[in-house]
Design a protein around this ligand. Structure first.
Ligand code: FE
Ligand code: FE
Length: 197
C-alpha cells in the first residue's frame, strides 16, 4: 500500500529520522490491519498512520514558531511539554505540506498522542496503532494492549489511556495533559457502569 503514496513516502523519508520512519510504517500497517478488523476504510487508516508523526522531528523551537505564525494555538501545557505539539502541528502539516484534505485523517493525527473523548473509530485506530505497532520495545501491558486492540476498540482505548496515565503519573504527578485525563474519565465510565453509549 505504501506505493500508493510515493510522494508522501519520499517526503517522510527526508523529514523523519530513520527510527521514526520505521515507526511510522509500523503504525501505518497496524492501522490498516485494525481497519480490516473493524470494517473501516483501510486506505484512510494507512494514510493517517503514515502521517501521524509527520511533524515530530521538527525541533521544538521551530515547531512553536510555525504554530505561532500559522495560528495553531498552543496551550501553556503544550509549550511546557513541547513533545506534545507534534500532534496539533502534525494535523496542520499534513494539510499544508502533504496536501491531505480528509478531515477525519487530520483529526486522527490531532488526537493520536493524548486521546480525547468520543473518538471516532479512525481516531481510536491511530491512537492504538501508535501504541502497539510491532517496533515498540516490550513493556508491561503491551501484550495485553495488542490483543485487546483487535478485540474491542473502546476497551483497548480505556486500557491504553489507563496505562499511559499510570506511566506518566509517577513522572509528572497531576501535571498530565487535560485531554488525556478527560479521555480516560470518558472511556472508563463505560466499563465501570457497564453501559456502552
Ligand atoms: Fe506521535
Ligand atoms: Fe508515533
Amino acid at each position: 500500500m505504501l506505493n500508493e503514496f510515493p510522494q508522501i513516502d519520499e517526503q517522510l523519508k527526508v523529514s523523519l529520522k530513520p527510527g521514526r520512519y520505521t515507526h511510522t510504517l509500523g503504525v501505518a500497517y497496524t492501522a490498516a490491519a485494525l481497519a480490516m478488523r473493524y470494517g473501516t476504510d483501510v486506505r484512510q487508516a494507512f494514510l493517517a498512520g503514515l502521517l501521524h508523526d509527520c511533524a515530530k522531528d521538527i525541533p521544538d523551537k521551530e515547531a512553536i514558531e510555525i504554530c505561532c505564525k500559522n495560528g495553531v494555538s498552543l496551550s501553556d501545557y503544550e509549550i511546557g511539554h513541547p513533545h506534545l505539539i507534534h500532534a496539533k502541528l502534525g494535523a496542520f502539516w499534513a494539510k499544508k505540506r502533504y496536501s491531505v484534505t480528509d478531515a477525519d485523517i487530520l483529526s486522527a493525527i490531532r488526537w493520536h498522542t493524548t486521546g480525547t473523548t468520543r473518538m471516532s473509530a479512525l481516531e481510536q485506530i491511530i491512537f492504538l496503532a501508535d501504541y502497539i505497532e510491532p517496533g515498540r520495545r516490550e513493556f508491561d501491558g503491551l501484550r495485553e494492549a495488542r490483543s485487546l486492540a483487535f478485540q474491542d476498540l473502546d476497551q483497548a482505548t480505556e486500557l491504553v489511556l489507563r496505562q499511559t496515565i499510570g506511566y506518566l503519573k509517577p513522572k509528572y504527578g497531576e501535571a498530565i495533559d487535560e485531554n488525556t485525563k478527560t479521555a480516560y474519565a470518558y472511556y472508563k465510565q463505560f466499563f465501570v457502569s457497564g453501559q456502552t453509549d
